[in-house]
Design a protein around this ligand. Sequence first.
Ligand code: AOF
Ligand code: ZN
Length: 385
Amino acid sequence: MSINSIFSIADSQFMVEAIQLARRGLYTATPNPCVGCVLVKDEKVVGRGWHVRAGDGHAEVNAIADAGDNAKGATAYISLEPCSFTGKTGACTDVLQAAGIVRVVSAMEDPNPNVSGQGSAILRAAGLDVSEGLMAEQAATLNRGFIKRMQKQLPFVSCKMAMSLDGRSAMASGESQWITSPSARQQVQQLRASSCAIVTGVGTIIHDDPSLNVREQDLSAPVERQPALVIVDSQLKTPLSAKVVSTEMLATRDVYIACVNAASADRVQALEARGVKVMAFSNADENASIVNLSALLSFLAEREMNHVMIESGPTLAGQFVQQCLVDELKLFVAPKLMGGNAMPAFSMPFENMSEAMNLTITDTMAVGPDWLLTCHIKNSDKGLG
Ligand code: AOF
Ligand code: ZN
């Protein structure tokens, strides 16, 4: 923010609190964005609210209910432009006016085409003092999945990989438990809880028989919502005995299997009878035997998934990365050397240095004895770059 900013230091402090409140919806608000609202009168906070889950009150509505009569004459600090249409709930522009709010400061425009600027315009026309853009970057980071889905009809894609310091993800036998420490696995629980879907490959299901879900004791928070599971399994080899397609697991979450058109009709029937949603995403011609990953991601966005996380072996992860379908890598690096016979983290059949993917490391964090590196892929018009 420049010295000539239209916003004061107090404005910034209240917006920090609004963004912190918004974060409380991180595990539950999807497919809606996380939004927080602070109401301030005479430099004192008189109401706080955040959006908990779709269908329930928006942040502004909750903050106004919290403030009661004190809302009249207050300033509303909101991490997103107020909505101006009736969806599952009514328009916040109406609620703010009815409560007598006189000033609105929002962090960023709502990328939803049903709003995108109209919320602010309506309030301005009604005589409120409206300004936008305070801490826009922080607010946008929190809702990067929602923003990408609204703007590109695709989910934000994270790819998590646990690897040794020499870049290996499993022994040649497939053995991979456990490369990283229990603290790293706890971090993974948080990443899962904030994802709309976990995407994995059939190889991982057959080898490890994982659950790939969120567990209350590991998350240290109540689990209200499980991310969906998506198995990329072109020929439908997922065993009916796998944990992820057990009746118990299917009672808690949606499970999709992405296959190709030529997959066996009998297998489709057996899996669907269990309650699995089987979908074909075929490529044309020579690649007809492998799943079209970009079509799969479009499908997940149509299902209102904002943020998906790939947790797979090196083959599928390598395909997603090589096709520039990944926005962010989450690399958990353990202080181990697994040696040259072990499997790579990303199988990508490169021959020349010029083919190497260039990354930018945007964050590093010690997680117990391991390191978590967050990376974006450079030189990609599809990734964040
Ligand atoms: C706000 N405050 O707290 C949120 C907003 O179906 P509905 O009625 O819940 O509307 C969902 C849309 O409202 C969502 O796509 C986004 O554009 C906006 N979210 N707006 O003023 C909030 N969660
Ligand atoms: Zn609203």
